[in-house]
Design a protein around this ligand. Structure first.
Ligand code: T5A
Length: 236
């Protein structure tokens, strides 16, 4: 018999808080904050404890959602845009179209069979990038989150980093930056502020790690947060 945590995403009343899943972890932060690097360390820690781990990313995480990622990032191999720039609303809906598929095809089945899921970004990114960055209505994002996603991670590790340091770290990494990476610093300042505001509003779920420190210190802090989440999952 599946537990309440393993049920498929479904509509919940606006008055009810969204359910969290103790084995679902997301990593958030600005560009170049170190999410990919930290994700690898968290995966290894869980595997050492004998757990099955599904590491995934957004936008993406299924073949269809990865196609949507390509539409969103909109950069061809030679650096040209593939099509016209999406309107902010189109961008938001494509993010949620990819997320709907990701939740149903990858995240829910993995949680239902007892695996841990670590996602490089999840819905908090939509609040930060499309909400604060693009200025879209957070009420609309909350409605999509409630009715389309229906689930929050039990732990979100927010890798907080100054915009200038993030740019420095990613400089020269990609021959052609994608459409979002080409945004100006004030966009990324709003994104950073929104992540920190969300963390202040949900301090139990969203744990802030200072990502300006050396990588080993950042990884150690993130692993410590994961270990607390592992204890909570055992107790659940
Ligand atoms: N998006 C996504 C939205 O707008 N809305 C949404 O709802 C969602 C889900 C995804 C884009 O989509 C947007 C946000 C993004 O713009 P992406 O390519 O996945 O695109 O972009 P990012 O998630 O930002 O990935 P990045 O690769 O840019 O950042 P990471 O993964 O945080 O950084 P990482 O680990 O690759 O590290 C970058 C470099 O810094 C070094 C690493 O070695 C690497 O070279 N580094 C450090 N160096 C020194 N000290 C440290 N502590 C370091 N940590 C990492």
């Amino acid at each position: 018999m599946p537990s309440a945590h393993d049920m498929p995403a479904q509509s919940v009343s606006p008055l009810q808080p969204l359910p969290t899943h103790p084995r679902f972890v997301s990593l958030e932060g600005g560009e170049g904050a170190g999410k990919s690097t930290v994700l690898d360390a968290l995966r290894q820690r869980l595997q050492r404890a004998g757990h099955e781990v599904v590491s995934t990313r957004e936008p993406g995480g299924t073949p269809l959602a990865e196609q949507i990622r390509g539409l969103l990032l909109n950069v061809a191999a030679d650096g040209r845009a593939l099509h016209e720039k999406p309107a902010a609303e189109t961008e938001l809906l494509l993010m949620f179209a990819a997320r709907a598929q990701h939740v149903r095809e990858t995240i829910q089945p993995a949680l239902a069979r007892g695996a841990w899921v670590i996602s490089d970004r999840f819905t908090d990114s939509s609040y930060a990038y499309q909400g604060a960055g693009r200025g879209l209505d957070t009420g609309l994002i909350a409605t999509l989150e409630r009715d389309v996603v229906g689930l929050r991670p039990g732990l979100t590790v927010l890798l907080d980093l100054g915009v200038a340091i993030g740019r420095e770290r990613t400089r020269g990494r990609d021959l052609y930056p994608d459409r979002i990476e080409r945004e100006r610093d004030d966009f990324f300042e709003r994104v950073r502020r929104a992540f920190l505001d969300r963390a202040a509003a949900e301090p139990e779920r969203i744990r802030v790690v200072d990502a300006s420190r050396p990588l080993e210190a950042v990884v150690a802090a993130a692993v410590a947060e994961l270990e607390r989440a592992m204890q909570r999952a055992e107790a659940a």
